[in-house]
Design a protein around this ligand. Structure first.
Ligand code: AMP
Length: 214
């Protein structure tokens, strides 16, 4: 199964991608996570990406395509994968098609998770990440807790720079400006499945599974 989870920042792509990844036992490839790890490790890539990400803008296509080429070439992608956060431009989508054909990786399906922008802003403002393991929680999940439920790090919760309201609004604007061309690209190929992202995690997951079965 080759899936692409598509949707505005904060719509729940990452959470759904993780659930699908463990259900189908295929890797979850999040380009945002790969970049954040590079920033944390202070690699050359991380140094280039850091400023762009904290402004809420897009990292240049050639860098992103290089990252995906490297990752999809790994053997664990042969049986399938879930892309989260890539492609974000039509050019990235074209390059992804080319790469998948070259590596004989099968046919992609795009799950388009949609939601109202103001709901997304509210959600992201209430989101916290763990500095140590990168896991994401809503404020209600960690209320009164001093240690991370995933890795046990102490006092490690923080508001990601790119989850601050002004950056969220910029990320949503960037998304709005690039979405249509990417969605249209896949619509023309008949590969888009749309799912409402405003239910609970489990409800959205059930909808995705139902849509995949059809
Ligand atoms: P995400 O966690 O997917 O929202 O990504 C966080 C940030 O990483 C984005 O706001 C972009 O700055 C950058 N990024 C992630 N994926 C891509 C991509 N496919 N193309 C360009 N920039 C990306």
């Amino acid at each position: 199964m080759q899936l692409l989870l598509f949707g505005a920042p904060g719509v729940g792509k990452g959470t759904q991608a993780k659930l699908l990844s463990s259900k189908f036992n295929i890797p979850h490839i999040s380009t945002g996570d790969i970049l954040r790890q590079a920033v944390k490790d202070q690699t050359e890539l991380g140094k280039k990406a850091h400023e762009i990400m904290s402004r809420g803008e897009l990292v240049p296509d050639e860098i992103m395509i290089g990252i995906i080429k490297y990752r999809l070439n790994k053997s664990d992608c042969q049986k399938g994968f879930i892309l989260d956060g890539f492609p974000r431009t039509e050019n990235q989508a074209i390059e992804l098609d080319r790469l998948m054909a070259e590596l004989n990786l099968g046919q992609l399906k795009l799950i388009n998770i949609f939601a109202d922008e103001e709901e997304i802003v509210k959600r992201l403002n209430k989101r916290r990440a763990c500095k140590n393991c990168g896991s994401i929680f809503s404020l209600s999940e960690i209320q009164g807790k001093e240690t991370c439920p995933k890795c046990n790090a102490k006092n490690s919760f923080y508001l990601r720079d790119d989850d601050k309201e002004e950056v969220i609004r910029k990320r949503l604007e960037v998304f709005r400006n690039t979405t249509e061309s990417v969605l249209n690209y896949y619509r023309k190929q008949g590969k888009v499945i749309s799912v409402n992202g405003l239910g609970s995690v489990q409800e959205v997951n059930n909808e995705i599974l139902k849509a995949l079965n059809n």
